[in-house]
Design a protein. Structure first.
Length: 200
């Protein structure tokens, strides 16, 4: 057992859990069930997390103790989504290591290329969007796409197919016509498919 010096500097006092934790969080009352204590711990952890490292105002997605469903995608696709959601991707309107680049979307040339325009609004991508993102019209934090496996798979196919948020020079972005989209395979589009199609 550990001891603390008493008020007079001599008489030792035992260190209890209340001494160690009382200044951080109050000891939970007796009689709480394990699920109640678990929920309390999660609440306190999220509160502490939010106070110690608050989210930047530009990031609308709330932190979670559970893995995001899109983490079930492969590492490359999940990485693209993490970067675009955080506003730190290779999209032209996101802060970049090369701020001299234009922010206009290279696919349509009509608007800054940020996350929502690149996925939802770019007119040059509508054939691929109509094929892979049917029913997806929103990418806000509460949008169904973030909790639906089929919609996430479609989003991953769209991102990979249109080379959205790929590093500059990785390979040129393809442009689709209605005819070319109708001939695309329904399975996940691979890098090899587009690389071979551009080499031929």
């Amino acid at each position: 057992m550990l001891f603390l010096l008493g008020p007079d500097g001599h008489a030792p006092l035992p260190v209890t859990s209340q001494h160690l934790l009382g200044e951080i969080y109050p000891i939970p009352p007796r009689g709480r069930s394990y699920p109640q204590l678990k929920l309390l711990c999660k609440h306190l952890l999220m509160k502490e997390w939010g106070e110690a490292a608050p989210d930047p105002s530009r990031y609308p997605y709330r932190p979670s103790l559970k893995s995001h469903p899109f983490m079930g995608l492969n590492k490359f696709d999940a990485g693209r989504l993490h970067q675009m959601r955080s506003g730190k991707s290779y999209l032209c309107a996101h802060p970049s290591w090369d701020d001299d680049l234009p922010t206009t979307c290279p696919s349509c040339g009509k608007a800054p290329e940020s996350f929502e325009p690149a996925i939802i609004h770019c007119p040059a991508k509508w054939p691929a969007r109509s094929r892979h993102l049917q029913g997806v019209c929103d990418i806000s934090p509460e949008a169904p796409v973030w909790s639906s496996a089929p919609l996430l798979w479609g989003l991953a196919r769209f991102i990979k197919g249109m080379a959205t948020a790929f590093a500059p020079g990785m390979f040129s972005r393809p442009s689709y016509s209605a005819e070319s989209v109708s001939s695309l395979p329904s399975t996940v589009v691979s890098f090899g498919y587009f690389m071979s199609s551009q080499e031929s």
